[in-house]
Design a protein around this ligand. Structure first.
Ligand code: 3NM
Length: 207
């Protein structure tokens, strides 16, 4: 479970930008992204499997690590680099058993108690959010804010910490200052498809 989180961790969103996940990976990688999460909640398992397979092919060509949101079965079937799990998904322990020691496994937490619990789990990174209000996810937990992020940083020691929710090029440096190793972002990179690569590069420059 040794890997270095890049400062910028983009998640794909086909509804928001209207592009295939594979094309999003191309554009994000052109801006410098090397670690990307495929996040897709609308498709049937069959269609998601096909999309994910096509996306992984592009990711491999570009040297990008690809993580699948929620779906351990899809990650396993396509041999993705790992999975990102929410509080209601298969447990990290079960996912680790299925995916093995080399898979990258991340886990969403939304309060200090969940983050502390996560320290005991076989994870590669802990995500915490939403840091700020976000319009991208409708069923988010309450906004946690920067002070809580700082508290989580202290509580989880040097565990890799990803901040998510409402992060953009204006507030990202502040988020890093409050203890995040990486910022996970959707709308600040994908809301305008023509500028995905440029926005990604700009976010890297900011942090
Ligand atoms: N998870 P944006 S917030 C997917 O708090 C997701 O766990 C969150 O999108 C959490 O960068 C969020 O556009 C949405 O705000 C992030």
């Amino acid at each position: 479970m040794q890997f270095e989180l890049p400062r910028v961790y983009p998640l794909t969103d086909a509804t928001l930008c209207g592009l295939s996940h594979a094309e999003q990976v191309r554009r994000l990688a052109a801006g410098g992204a090397s670690f990307i999460q495929l996040r897709e909640k609308r498709l049937s398992s069959r269609d998601l499997f096909r999309e994910a397979e096509a996306t992984l092919k592009v990711a491999r060509e570009l040297g990008v690590k690809l993580i699948i949101n929620d779906r351990v079965d899809i990650a396993l079937a396509i041999r993705a680099d790992g999975v990102h799990l929410g509080q209601d998904d298969l447990t990290p322990t079960a996912a680790r058993q299925l995916l093995g020691p080399d898979a990258i496994i991340g886990y969403s937490t939304h309060n200090l108690a969940q983050a502390l619990e996560a320290v005991q789990l076989p994870l590669d990174y802990i995500a915490f959010g939403p840091i700020f209000p976000t319009g991208t996810k409708s069923d988010t937990s309450p906004v946690v804010g920067l002070a809580a992020l700082k508290e989580v940083r202290k509580a989880i020691d040097n565990r890799p910490l990803v901040a998510i929710g409402g992060i953009n090029s204006e507030n990202a440096a502040d988020v890093i200052e409050h203890g995040a190793d990486s910022v996970a972002v959707i709308s600040c990179l994908l809301s305008k498809p023509a500028t995905i690569s440029a926005r990604t590069a700009r976010l890297f420059e900011k942090i």
